[in-house]
Design a protein around this ligand. Structure first.
Ligand code: TMP
Ligand code: ASP
Length: 246
């Protein structure tokens, strides 16, 4: 019997017959501000699943080790079952959101090299920002693992920034989660407009969950736009690479 292992705010994770695998299903539910704001956005799960599959396949092709195995249906993919590390790794290429609130940088300021942050995934504590010493005393990860998280997050950034740029998107910032699997650290969770900020390169229009957080409207239109732009760029690149040489 397939059991629900975990139901989160936006996803349902289920055990599979193979104990090393899980299925990850994307719901239409959206929450923000620690669950204070809640809604259901029709088709969000579809676009987040499709965008996550597209990006994970791309990252795998470029040598990043992820939990992604294969798509099961349009809202579900099969993944390796990780022992999750309770840290959110954030990479920021532009100052916005909580960073601007916390340290007063100018909105939209370019951060080069990017800023990497760790947050402790803990609902009662509201996911506080932590440093590497905090992660160590909390025994969340060893210092070697923490430097791997940082390194892998920056590698993902280096791969995604140019892809987004070709899709006329600025990859402003994003959140990653990692887990342990057979002695290795793999990239887990999702990469979608729920967990990234994308701004249109020319107009600065927000094309991500900030449209929900800030009541900007046209949420699903923005998710669809990100999907269309990224799939065009990524599929074009793989068609070019798989063309037989003349
Ligand atoms: P922040 O500016 O609110 O700290 O968000 C930084 C990035 O992390 C942004 O792309 C949104 C993403 N994020 C999540 O994926 N989950 C969360 O719970 C939060 C607070 C942010
Ligand atoms: N996902 C978080 C929440 O539900 C916050 C966010 O993405 O803004 O509160």
């Amino acid at each position: 019997m397939v059991q629900t292992l975990y139901e989160g705010k936006a996803k349902i994770v289920k055990d599979q017959e193979n104990p090393q695998e899980v299925s990850i299903f994307f719901k239409d539910d959206a929450t923000a501000f620690d669950g204070l704001k809640k809604d259901r956005i029709s088709q969000k799960g579809f676009y987040n699943a499709q965008i996550t599959c597209l990006i994970f396949r791309y990252l795998e092709k470029k040598g990043i080790k992820t939990h992604f195995i294969r798509e099961l249906d349009e809202r579900t993919f099969l993944a390796k079952k990780l022992q999750m590390i309770p840290i959110e790794v954030i990479v920021r290429n532009r100052a916005t959101g909580s960073l601007v609130k916390r340290i007063g940088l100018k909105e939209g300021e370019i951060l080069s090299p990017p800023v990497v942050e760790f947050y402790y995934k803990n609902d009662p504590l509201h996911d506080p920002l932590i440093n590497e010493d905090h992660a160590r005393v909390l025994k969340l990860a060893s210092s070697e693992e923490l430097s791997q998280l940082r390194k892998q997050a920056l590698e993902v950034n280096n791969l995604l920034v140019p892809v987004c740029d070709r899709a006329d998107l600025i990859l402003v910032d994003f959140k990653l989660e990692f887990g342990r699997y057979q002695g290795e650290i793999l990239l887990g969770d999702e990469i979608s407009p729920d967990t990234c900020r994308f701004w249109d390169k020319y107009t600065g229009k927000k094309l991500d969950k900030d449209r929900f957080r800030q009541d900007l409207g046209e949420i699903i239109e923005a998710y669809e736009e990100v999907y269309n732009r990224l799939s065009r760029v990524i599929n074009q690149e793989s068609a070019f690479q798989s063309r037989p040489s003349e």
